[in-house]
Design a protein around this ligand. Structure first.
Ligand code: C2E
Ligand code: MG
Ligand code: MG
Ligand code: MG
Length: 277
């Protein structure tokens, strides 16, 4: 429907371009309203100890139910929200919501929150983090911030300062999607990290592609040598679990252990894992 209107208006002049622009503005308006109308929720995916399959914590993943379009993937709207700065307000909501949920979980379990480089650069970011911790009562060590390498590439002092401040607060820092983007081993040396999350593309290909296998082996080895736990993303099969265990990878995440799901706090506290191993 929205698409048809956009096309109708655009016929007279460069249809494709105008369609994209109106589409974008519409999404921006809808995003602006989404926090107020409670159109976002968080789905939580277990992060498990690969030795036992027991949950160590959960990653919070944002979900948007658009009034007309239905579910819109974060892959579609997070980049837009980063470009226009809306990610700062959205991220503030995510932090608050995730910390509130995690405060009710058993004590050892952490919540991992994805943070965009745009948020990290915002002068408001640290106050959003401290407010979420203070209002939820969550111990800082139970909050883990996930950053992609892109954030680290754009290093600069703002990012370094923000990371240092998180560190001082006792918040953990994970490098997300390691091995993709602007990978550089220097990031492992230059940034204080608490976890390396190896991108799921390596896990998916490991059994058929020896290059992917070599990367998995090397990264888990480096993690061991420098004392940073490794986590494999996208574990979908028991044989991938076995393989990663054999490589000495510490933690895993993936459909085998649990899909991202809306969790009420009671469920999070007791949720048994379906996977056997
Ligand atoms: P990510 O942080 O790397 O999150 C992992 C993604 O892999 C999630 O996609 C998850 O649903 C998916 N996944 C988990 N296990 C499996 C598996 O076994 N197989 C496959 N094929 N996929 C699996 P999702 O939820 O669509 O999120 C996509 C990306 O959007 C995230 O990647 C993250 O970069 C971003 N994102 C999600 N929530 C937030 C948020 O609150 N703030 C920000 N800034 N970014 C977010
Ligand atoms: Mg992540
Ligand atoms: Mg990831
Ligand atoms: Mg990923």
């Amino acid at each position: 429907e929205a698409k048809r209107q956009g096309r109708g208006r655009a016929v007279a002049y460069q249809p494709g371009m105008l369609e994209v622009v109106t589409e974008r503005h519409r999404l921006e308006d809808d995003l602006r309203e989404a926090i107020e109308t409670q159109a976002f929720h968080l789905a939580y995916q277990p992060v498990v100890d690969l030795k036992t399959g027991e949950p160590l914590g959960y990653e919070a993943l944002i979900r948007w139910t658009h009034p007309v379009r239905g579910a819109v993937s974060p892959v579609a709207f997070v980049p837009l929200a980063e470009e226009n700065g809306q990610i700062v307000a959205i991220g503030r909501w995510v932090l608050m919501e995730a910390c509130r949920a995690a405060a009710a979980w058993p004590n050892g379990r952490h919540v991992a929150v994805n943070v965009s480089p745009v948020q990290l650069r915002s002068p408001l970011f640290l106050s959003h983090v401290t407010a979420a911790l203070a209002e939820s009562g969550l111990a800082p060590c139970r909050l883990e911030v996930e950053l992609t390498e892109t954030a680290m590439v754009e290093s600069g002092t703002q990012i370094a300062d923000a990371l240092g401040a998180l560190r001082i607060l006792g918040i953990r820092i994970a490098m997300d999607d390691f091995g993709t983007g602007y990978s550089s081993l220097a990031h492992l040396r230059d940034f204080p990290l608490d976890r390396i999350k190896i991108d799921r593309s390596f896990v998916a290909a490991a059994e058929t592609d020896r290059h992917s296998m070599a990367v998995l082996r090397a990264v888990t080895q480096i993690g061991r040598d420098i004392g940073i736990p490794t986590l494999a993303e996208g574990v979908e099969t028991p044989s991938q679990w076995e393989l990663l265990k054999a490589l000495g990878c510490d933690a895993g995440q993936g459909y085998l252990f649990g899909r991202p799901e809306r969790l009420d706090t009671a469920a999070a506290a007791t949720a048994p894992l379906a996977a056997a191993g």
